[in-house]
Design a protein around this ligand. Sequence first.
Ligand code: BV8
Length: 242
Amino acid sequence: MLATLREARHVVVLTGAGVSAESGVPTFRDAQTGLWARYDATALATPEAFRADPALVWGWYEWRRAAVLRAAPNPAHTAIAALAGQVPALTVITQNVDDLHERAGSAPVIHLHGRLMKPRCFRCGTAWRYPAGIPDEPEGGRRVAPPDCPRCAGPIRPGVVWFGESLPADEWQSALAAAAGCDLMLAVGTSALVYPAAELPQIAVNSGATLVQINPQATSLDGIAHWNLPGAAGITLPALLQ
Ligand code: BV8
């Protein structure tokens, strides 16, 4: 496999929530904690949920934002950032909404599902900025009313792509092109359950690329990956890429 890595002209790294797990950021499908244990994350990450109870959804995102602000990039993020200097072309595609790839030095990063740190108005789309500091974690189940948009008084929403919302067209087209044009894809820490992102590994394999999966659990990618490395990303990736 290392030979493949050394010979690769264009490497794509596709990450999911598992790449941030060792940074202490909860994954989407691990048991949620506290208040959130009662909720299915996919039920909270929708525009309908936000319309129905904006304070509940905003509170959940404030809890997650606090976790991201308290987190630091882990060795997986660092190894991915270092890869940029080791291969002719590297494309980092993430399903995650945190900024840990950027804080580890990866740039640019294709964020298929938006960015937590880029809030905007739910009604008029005006960009908004979080106040400085780390929010109190409404772990105890406190609802937190979202701020009002300074322009139209609509509610501010997280800058993420919710279920039922389309992916940003430019990001998706760039991800498709990279998957179809790479000769090696590392799929790191994703359950490959969310579409259309979950289509990217198959697109890469169909285009002749080698697919390497890094995940301690089995996923639907096991059947198409050329290499399944059943380990934690923060341990497996540095060992693989050193
Ligand atoms: C859309 C932002 C058009 C919010 C997220 C087919 C085609 C198109 C759409 C669909 C389709 N089938 C179904 C759909 C609808 C839907 C969908 O996919 N539903 C799922 C539930 C079946 N898709 C959509 O709605 C998408 N929109 O297609 O637009 C459209 C428009 C209208 C109507 C229809 C279609 C939008 C999807 C984006 C949703 N937003 N995030 C937020 O973050 O709050 S997705 C969310 O799930 C996160 O981004 C997360 O990253 C992502 C995927 O999950 P994973 O990253 O894989 O995380 P997960 O917890 O599942 O797994 C973690 C993995 O890590 C595990 O395997 C674990 O073993 C592993 N792990 C743990 N620790 C480690 C580790 N690995 C390595 N090291 C470790 N230490």
